[in-house]
Design a binder for this molecule. Sequence first.
Ligand code: ADP
Ligand code: MG
Length: 233
Amino acid sequence: MSENGMLLQLKQVSQQYGSGERRFTAVEEIDLTLAEGEFVALLGPSGCGKSTLLRIITGLQEATSGQILYRERPLRGVNPQATIVFQTFALFPWLTVLENVAMALKAKGMPLDLRTTRSIDALDRVGLDGFENAYPRELSGGMRQKVGFARAMVTEPELLCLDEPFSALDVLSAEALRGELLELWTGGQIPTKAILMVSHNIEEAVFMADRIVVMDENHEETLEIAAAPSTPT
Ligand code: ADP
Ligand code: MG
Protein backbone atom coordinates (compact mmCIF):
# COMPACT_ATOMS: atom_id res chain seq x y z
CA MET A 1 0.00 0.00 0.00
CA SER A 2 1.42 3.39 -0.92
CA GLU A 3 1.73 5.81 1.97
CA ASN A 4 -1.24 8.06 1.30
CA GLY A 5 -3.37 5.44 -0.39
CA MET A 6 -3.28 7.32 -3.68
CA LEU A 7 -4.00 4.92 -6.52
CA LEU A 8 -4.41 6.94 -9.64
CA GLN A 9 -3.47 10.44 -10.76
CA LEU A 10 -4.23 11.89 -14.17
CA LYS A 11 -2.57 15.17 -15.04
CA GLN A 12 -3.70 17.12 -18.08
CA VAL A 13 -4.56 13.99 -20.01
CA SER A 14 -5.71 14.56 -23.59
CA GLN A 15 -6.64 12.26 -26.42
CA GLN A 16 -6.93 13.24 -30.03
CA TYR A 17 -8.30 11.07 -32.81
CA GLY A 18 -8.08 11.26 -36.57
CA SER A 19 -5.63 13.23 -38.62
CA GLY A 20 -5.42 16.42 -40.67
CA GLU A 21 -8.74 18.24 -41.10
CA ARG A 22 -10.57 15.48 -39.26
CA ARG A 23 -8.37 15.57 -36.19
CA PHE A 24 -10.42 16.25 -33.07
CA THR A 25 -9.99 16.18 -29.33
CA ALA A 26 -11.97 13.43 -27.58
CA VAL A 27 -10.54 14.06 -24.11
CA GLU A 28 -9.10 17.42 -23.18
CA GLU A 29 -6.75 18.11 -20.30
CA ILE A 30 -8.41 15.96 -17.69
CA ASP A 31 -7.14 16.02 -14.13
CA LEU A 32 -8.40 13.24 -11.92
CA THR A 33 -7.28 11.50 -8.75
CA LEU A 34 -8.52 8.35 -7.15
CA ALA A 35 -7.54 7.17 -3.70
CA GLU A 36 -8.06 3.87 -1.93
CA GLY A 37 -11.56 3.48 -0.54
CA GLU A 38 -13.16 5.76 -3.12
CA PHE A 39 -16.06 4.98 -5.42
CA VAL A 40 -15.99 7.69 -8.07
CA ALA A 41 -18.48 8.15 -10.88
CA LEU A 42 -17.41 9.73 -14.13
CA LEU A 43 -20.57 11.30 -15.45
CA GLY A 44 -21.07 12.78 -18.87
CA PRO A 45 -23.13 12.65 -22.05
CA SER A 46 -22.55 10.14 -24.80
CA GLY A 47 -19.43 10.87 -26.84
CA CYS A 48 -17.68 13.05 -24.26
CA GLY A 49 -14.74 10.67 -24.00
CA LYS A 50 -15.60 8.52 -20.99
CA SER A 51 -14.75 5.14 -22.52
CA THR A 52 -11.59 6.62 -24.03
CA LEU A 53 -10.52 7.79 -20.59
CA LEU A 54 -11.13 4.34 -19.06
CA ARG A 55 -9.03 2.72 -21.78
CA ILE A 56 -6.25 5.20 -21.04
CA ILE A 57 -6.48 4.56 -17.30
CA THR A 58 -6.27 0.77 -17.73
CA GLY A 59 -3.44 1.15 -20.21
CA LEU A 60 -5.35 -0.34 -23.15
CA GLN A 61 -4.63 2.86 -25.02
CA GLU A 62 -1.90 5.47 -24.75
CA ALA A 63 -3.00 9.09 -24.29
CA THR A 64 -1.88 11.69 -26.82
CA SER A 65 -0.53 13.82 -24.00
CA GLY A 66 -0.56 14.18 -20.25
CA GLN A 67 0.61 12.06 -17.37
CA ILE A 68 -0.92 8.94 -15.83
CA LEU A 69 0.46 7.84 -12.50
CA TYR A 70 -0.53 4.57 -10.88
CA ARG A 71 0.65 4.31 -7.29
CA GLU A 72 2.83 7.29 -8.06
CA ARG A 73 4.62 5.62 -10.94
CA PRO A 74 4.08 6.47 -14.62
CA LEU A 75 1.79 3.90 -16.22
CA ARG A 76 3.43 1.93 -19.02
CA GLY A 77 1.36 -0.54 -21.05
CA VAL A 78 -1.60 -2.44 -19.68
CA ASN A 79 -2.20 -1.90 -15.97
CA PRO A 80 -2.30 -5.38 -14.38
CA GLN A 81 -3.93 -3.87 -11.27
CA ALA A 82 -6.98 -2.60 -13.14
CA THR A 83 -9.88 -4.27 -14.93
CA ILE A 84 -12.84 -3.02 -16.93
CA VAL A 85 -16.40 -4.32 -16.88
CA PHE A 86 -17.90 -3.46 -20.25
CA GLN A 87 -21.41 -2.33 -21.04
CA THR A 88 -22.03 -5.15 -23.48
CA PHE A 89 -20.64 -7.95 -21.29
CA ALA A 90 -18.18 -9.16 -23.97
CA LEU A 91 -18.49 -12.83 -23.01
CA PHE A 92 -17.30 -15.65 -25.25
CA PRO A 93 -20.53 -17.37 -26.41
CA TRP A 94 -18.81 -20.72 -27.00
CA LEU A 95 -17.47 -20.91 -23.45
CA THR A 96 -19.45 -21.81 -20.34
CA VAL A 97 -19.95 -19.29 -17.56
CA LEU A 98 -17.16 -20.91 -15.57
CA GLU A 99 -14.80 -20.96 -18.56
CA ASN A 100 -15.52 -17.30 -19.30
CA VAL A 101 -14.50 -16.34 -15.77
CA ALA A 102 -11.52 -18.72 -15.60
CA MET A 103 -10.25 -17.26 -18.89
CA ALA A 104 -9.29 -14.08 -17.02
CA LEU A 105 -6.90 -16.12 -14.86
CA LYS A 106 -5.38 -18.13 -17.66
CA ALA A 107 -3.37 -15.12 -18.80
CA LYS A 108 -1.82 -15.03 -15.32
CA GLY A 109 -0.43 -18.54 -15.77
CA MET A 110 -2.39 -19.96 -12.84
CA PRO A 111 -2.78 -23.78 -12.69
CA LEU A 112 -6.14 -25.17 -13.83
CA ASP A 113 -7.46 -26.42 -10.48
CA LEU A 114 -6.75 -23.08 -8.80
CA ARG A 115 -8.37 -21.20 -11.69
CA THR A 116 -11.45 -23.34 -11.28
CA THR A 117 -11.79 -22.91 -7.52
CA ARG A 118 -11.21 -19.16 -7.75
CA SER A 119 -13.77 -18.82 -10.55
CA ILE A 120 -16.41 -20.87 -8.74
CA ASP A 121 -15.87 -18.64 -5.71
CA ALA A 122 -16.19 -15.45 -7.79
CA LEU A 123 -19.43 -16.74 -9.35
CA ASP A 124 -20.71 -17.59 -5.90
CA ARG A 125 -20.12 -14.05 -4.71
CA VAL A 126 -22.21 -12.54 -7.50
CA GLY A 127 -25.00 -15.04 -6.87
CA LEU A 128 -24.42 -17.36 -9.82
CA ASP A 129 -23.90 -20.54 -7.83
CA GLY A 130 -25.26 -23.41 -9.93
CA PHE A 131 -24.81 -21.64 -13.28
CA GLU A 132 -21.17 -22.62 -13.80
CA ASN A 133 -21.89 -24.89 -16.75
CA ALA A 134 -24.50 -22.73 -18.45
CA TYR A 135 -23.69 -20.85 -21.65
CA PRO A 136 -24.12 -17.06 -21.88
CA ARG A 137 -27.11 -17.43 -24.26
CA GLU A 138 -29.00 -19.31 -21.56
CA LEU A 139 -28.75 -16.38 -19.16
CA SER A 140 -30.71 -13.16 -18.80
CA GLY A 141 -28.92 -9.85 -19.43
CA GLY A 142 -28.60 -9.23 -15.70
CA MET A 143 -27.03 -12.63 -15.16
CA ARG A 144 -24.65 -12.15 -18.08
CA GLN A 145 -23.46 -8.93 -16.55
CA LYS A 146 -22.94 -10.75 -13.25
CA VAL A 147 -20.60 -13.05 -15.18
CA GLY A 148 -18.89 -9.87 -16.41
CA PHE A 149 -18.46 -8.72 -12.81
CA ALA A 150 -17.24 -12.15 -11.67
CA ARG A 151 -14.71 -12.21 -14.50
CA ALA A 152 -13.42 -8.78 -13.49
CA MET A 153 -13.33 -9.57 -9.77
CA VAL A 154 -11.69 -12.98 -10.05
CA THR A 155 -8.37 -11.33 -10.88
CA GLU A 156 -8.75 -9.32 -7.66
CA PRO A 157 -7.98 -5.95 -9.27
CA GLU A 158 -7.11 -3.02 -7.05
CA LEU A 159 -8.96 -0.72 -9.39
CA LEU A 160 -12.29 -1.82 -10.81
CA CYS A 161 -13.41 0.25 -13.79
CA LEU A 162 -17.03 0.00 -14.86
CA ASP A 163 -18.06 1.31 -18.27
CA GLU A 164 -21.82 1.96 -18.07
CA PRO A 165 -22.23 -1.55 -16.69
CA PHE A 166 -25.97 -1.28 -16.12
CA SER A 167 -27.06 0.57 -19.22
CA ALA A 168 -27.71 -2.50 -21.38
CA LEU A 169 -29.97 -4.00 -18.73
CA ASP A 170 -33.69 -3.58 -18.17
CA VAL A 171 -34.62 -1.19 -15.36
CA LEU A 172 -35.32 -3.83 -12.74
CA SER A 173 -32.22 -5.93 -13.42
CA ALA A 174 -30.08 -2.79 -13.36
CA GLU A 175 -31.59 -1.75 -10.04
CA ALA A 176 -30.96 -5.16 -8.51
CA LEU A 177 -27.40 -5.42 -9.79
CA ARG A 178 -26.51 -1.91 -8.57
CA GLY A 179 -27.64 -2.85 -5.09
CA GLU A 180 -25.71 -6.10 -5.19
CA LEU A 181 -22.51 -4.41 -6.33
CA LEU A 182 -22.81 -1.79 -3.57
CA GLU A 183 -23.30 -4.56 -1.05
CA LEU A 184 -20.15 -6.36 -2.19
CA TRP A 185 -18.22 -3.10 -2.06
CA THR A 186 -19.47 -1.67 1.24
CA GLY A 187 -19.36 -5.11 2.86
CA GLY A 188 -15.68 -5.40 1.96
CA GLN A 189 -16.37 -8.74 0.26
CA ILE A 190 -14.16 -7.89 -2.70
CA PRO A 191 -10.48 -6.99 -2.44
CA THR A 192 -11.00 -4.03 -4.76
CA LYS A 193 -9.40 -0.82 -3.43
CA ALA A 194 -11.31 1.68 -5.56
CA ILE A 195 -14.07 1.77 -8.13
CA LEU A 196 -14.30 4.14 -11.08
CA MET A 197 -17.69 3.94 -12.77
CA VAL A 198 -18.54 5.63 -16.02
CA SER A 199 -22.18 6.61 -16.34
CA HIS A 200 -24.52 8.92 -18.18
CA ASN A 201 -27.22 8.39 -15.59
CA ILE A 202 -27.28 11.06 -12.88
CA GLU A 203 -29.46 9.10 -10.45
CA GLU A 204 -27.19 6.08 -10.78
CA ALA A 205 -24.07 8.15 -10.13
CA VAL A 206 -25.60 9.83 -7.07
CA PHE A 207 -26.90 6.53 -5.71
CA MET A 208 -23.64 4.65 -6.07
CA ALA A 209 -20.64 6.94 -5.86
CA ASP A 210 -19.16 9.01 -3.07
CA ARG A 211 -17.71 11.48 -5.55
CA ILE A 212 -18.89 12.46 -9.00
CA VAL A 213 -16.67 13.90 -11.70
CA VAL A 214 -18.65 15.54 -14.48
CA MET A 215 -17.11 15.47 -17.93
CA ASP A 216 -18.26 18.28 -20.12
CA GLU A 217 -19.50 17.74 -23.69
CA ASN A 218 -17.09 20.39 -24.85
CA HIS A 219 -14.32 18.51 -23.08
CA GLU A 220 -13.52 21.51 -20.94
CA GLU A 221 -13.56 21.48 -17.17
CA THR A 222 -14.31 18.60 -14.87
CA LEU A 223 -16.59 19.49 -12.04
CA GLU A 224 -16.57 17.55 -8.81
CA ILE A 225 -19.65 16.95 -6.72
CA ALA A 226 -19.65 15.16 -3.40
CA ALA A 227 -22.33 12.50 -3.23
CA ALA A 228 -23.66 10.19 -0.52
CA PRO A 229 -20.79 8.20 0.97
CA SER A 230 -20.76 4.48 0.20
CA THR A 231 -17.18 3.95 1.26
CA PRO A 232 -16.49 0.85 3.32
CA THR A 233 -15.52 1.62 6.89
P1 ADP B 1 -18.17 8.07 -24.45
O1 ADP B 1 -17.71 6.79 -23.86
O2 ADP B 1 -18.23 9.20 -23.46
O3 ADP B 1 -19.47 7.92 -25.17
P2 ADP B 1 -15.95 7.73 -26.27
O4 ADP B 1 -14.71 7.78 -25.48
O5 ADP B 1 -16.43 6.42 -26.73
O6 ADP B 1 -17.09 8.55 -25.51
O7 ADP B 1 -15.74 8.62 -27.58
C1 ADP B 1 -15.41 10.00 -27.55
C2 ADP B 1 -15.32 10.52 -28.98
O8 ADP B 1 -14.20 9.93 -29.61
C3 ADP B 1 -16.52 10.16 -29.83
O9 ADP B 1 -16.73 11.24 -30.73
C4 ADP B 1 -16.07 8.91 -30.56
O10 ADP B 1 -16.73 8.78 -31.80
C5 ADP B 1 -14.59 9.17 -30.74
N1 ADP B 1 -13.77 7.95 -30.75
C6 ADP B 1 -13.73 7.00 -29.78
N2 ADP B 1 -12.84 6.05 -30.05
C7 ADP B 1 -12.29 6.38 -31.25
C8 ADP B 1 -11.28 5.80 -32.09
N3 ADP B 1 -10.65 4.68 -31.73
N4 ADP B 1 -10.97 6.44 -33.24
C9 ADP B 1 -11.60 7.58 -33.58
N5 ADP B 1 -12.54 8.19 -32.84
C10 ADP B 1 -12.89 7.61 -31.70
MG1 MG C 1 -18.62 4.93 -23.75
